[in-house]
Design a protein around this ligand. Sequence first.
Ligand code: ADP
Ligand code: MG
Length: 393
Amino acid sequence: MAVDLPSIKDAKDLKGKTILLRTDLNVPIKDGKVTDPFRIERTLETIKFLKESEAKIILISHLEDDKGTLEPVAKYLVATFPTLVFVKDIFAPSTKKEVSSMKNGGVILFENLRNWPGEKTNDPNFAKHLASYADVYVNEAFSVTHRNHASVVLLPKLLPSFIGIEFGREIKELSLAFYPEHPFTLILGGVKFDTKFPLVKKFFNVADKIFIGGAIANSFFKHQGFFVGDSVAFDSPEIKNLDEAVKLGKIILPTDLRVQSKGFINVKKPNQVSVGEKIWDIGPQTEKELKKIIDDSKFIVWNGPMGYFEEGATLGNDACAKAIGESKATSIVGGGDTIASIQKLGIMNKIYFVSTGGGAMLDFLANGTLPGIVAIQENQKVEKVSFFKNFFK
Ligand code: ADP
Ligand code: MG
């Protein structure tokens, strides 16, 4: 399932061109300061490449908070790009002037796109307005490419469109999962059952083992008729289709758990949870079993923490992360919370590839494509005939 997309690295004649560079600068901010620049850092290579190509760069991004401001991100970026200009109102007449007076290699950051409703409502007029500032569109925001938002799916209808350098890496590395080395183990955890369950289906015949921890596992326990106390657990009619796979050991569930009640943690078997207790983490026996599975794997995809780690249930999750870090397997890890958990351990560099995409990674793995990818492919078909002929070396 090769995904062939035009990379900005292969474009020529970028000198003097104005680029709308869709980035994902949706980073955690506290007291007006960026607290985790992971995603910003992953966009720098493409920005630097465009600067070296003497293009004019307009950075566009959203923040999760529709009313939030990207000003702290602008301040963070100024350290790398001292002449960066932050534009608060993308509709102000002064913005046109600001853009048209840009020098080659200049960088402007537009305010949070979600300050305007058109971004999320996928408004063609909003997209047209954005496109009016630029000659070329580049998507370097893999992590939002599953969203049907104007800056993701409509801009490629309006401008010659490319993917960024990091975007290309995401596609290349995540695509390894479609032709994996074996044994291939898929490890799922976290809480977002609806977004993770499709992966079980998709990789059922591809993965050798699927380990399920976190709150997702609670749903299986509930289905098996075990009492789950106050644990987070979802009901899904589809779980019953996996009964056989669980019995055969293709799908592996925790054999013991750390259970929390009134601030105390106890280790229990899944069928021993009682009233008022919450399943918080995988247990020590499960840690060992999971490590063995990881050690025997050649390829691993991990998404979703094994426990409620923000609340202190870190042991099981840390054990999983460390085992993956120590293993020789090609490991691909993604998910906002999963990444936060391995960052805390300082083992990011031990993972073969850390995806910037949470939902986007899951959707890409499940479907082999994303709405923003389709949009660029459609654009390429049109542009190849005209503009692209001159654009490619
Ligand atoms: P990701 O962001 O990595 O894709 P999710 O958003 O699906 O993962 O889930 C992460 C959340 O799941 C974290 O807040 C984590 O603490 C929580 N979690 C994991 N296991 C449990 C559990 N047993 N009970 C409650 N929350 C859990
Ligand atoms: Mg999350």
